[in-house]
Design a protein around this ligand. Structure first.
Ligand SMILES: [Zn+2]
Length: 280
């Protein structure tokens, strides 16, 4: 199947009252695991590569091109998105290399600068037919949408979307990044208020710390794109640990990465069914 635009995954999910699951790729095996999960579930999926992940690999193109190739050859609807991009050079490189969906993360800047940088890069992205997500946390909040106590103000969010022209907005409604326990309670009232007032789909970051029922409640309240990374990473690493503990003399890395890839795929399939709607 050809690469699917993020807009179509997000818009279809929103129209169906479902979530648009967005899971992070760390290396080729996670991309393989996630695409296989989407194929078994028959549910559209957004694959994301973060700037942190690009820094880990030392360059963008090899992992991006491999992920695009997997998405294009998949039997499922899969889009490819760049996550938390703070470096405008990297953003341009990614779009020019074939990524048609990016998150511009200027949230560490003061509000006025966040607006200016996001508006300029959004204009460039739209001229290159790329979908843009941005984020808006609390005024003065250093960690954008990821500070545990941060909340996005609906009026300010409307002004931000208006001034920047972004296609989707990550908002602060009670989740935070890199949570290990799935215990977060989200502010559903705020999600409903944001959904009522904002013309664009809402994105939840830091969803790893949110239990299944709470994720479903967030989608029902109006959240659409649901980003999950840490939870799936912990499933991968847990399986590697188990395999190595059971077989301390193992040498071939495929013998412990392979089972971890399968474990991630099974959990991703489960989460896709919790969040998403089947492709029509
Ligand atoms: Zn995030």
């Amino acid at each position: 199947m050809p690469l699917v635009p993020t807009a179509s995954v997000v818009d279809r999910a929103r129209a169906a009252g479902a979530g648009a699951p967005a899971f992070n790729v760390l290396h080729l095996e996670t991309a393989e695991a996630l695409v296989a999960a989407a194929e078994r579930a028959g549910i559209p999926l957004i694959l994301q590569i973060s700037e942190n992940c690009v820094r880990y690999h030392g360059s963008l193109r090899p992992l991006l091109l491999a992920t695009l190739a997997l998405a294009e050859s998949s039997g499922a609807d899969v889009s490819v998105h760049l996550d938390h991009i703070t470096d405008p050079g990297l953003l341009r490189e990614g779009v020019e290399a074939g990524a048609r969906s990016v998150m511009i993360d200027a949230s560490a800047l003061p509000y006025e600068e966040n607006v200016a940088v996001t508006a300029e890069l959004t204009g460039w992205c739209h001229a290159h037919e790329a979908y843009v997500e941005a984020e808006l946390g609390e005024v003065g909040g250093k960690d954008g949408v990821h500070a545990p106590g941060a909340r996005t103000d609906p009026g300010e969010a409307m002004a931000f979307v208006d001034a920047t022209g972004v296609d989707a907005l990550a908002v602060a409604v009670g989740s935070s990044h890199a949570m290990r326990a799935r215990t977060t309670v989200l502010d559903k009232e705020l999600i409903r208020a944001l959904r009522r007032r904002l013309p664009v789909p809402l994105v939840l970051h830091g969803s790893s710390g949110v239990p299944d029922e709470e994720l479903r409640a967030a989608v029902a309240a109006g959240m659409t794109k649901i980003n999950i990374s840490t939870h799936l990473v912990s499933v991968f690493t847990g399986e590697v640990r188990r395999t190595l503990a059971d077989s301390p003399s193992l040498i071939d890395s495929r013998k412990y990465v392979g089972p971890a890839r399968e474990a991630v795929s099974a959990e991703a399939e489960r989460l896709l069914r919790v969040l998403g709607a089947e492709a029509s």
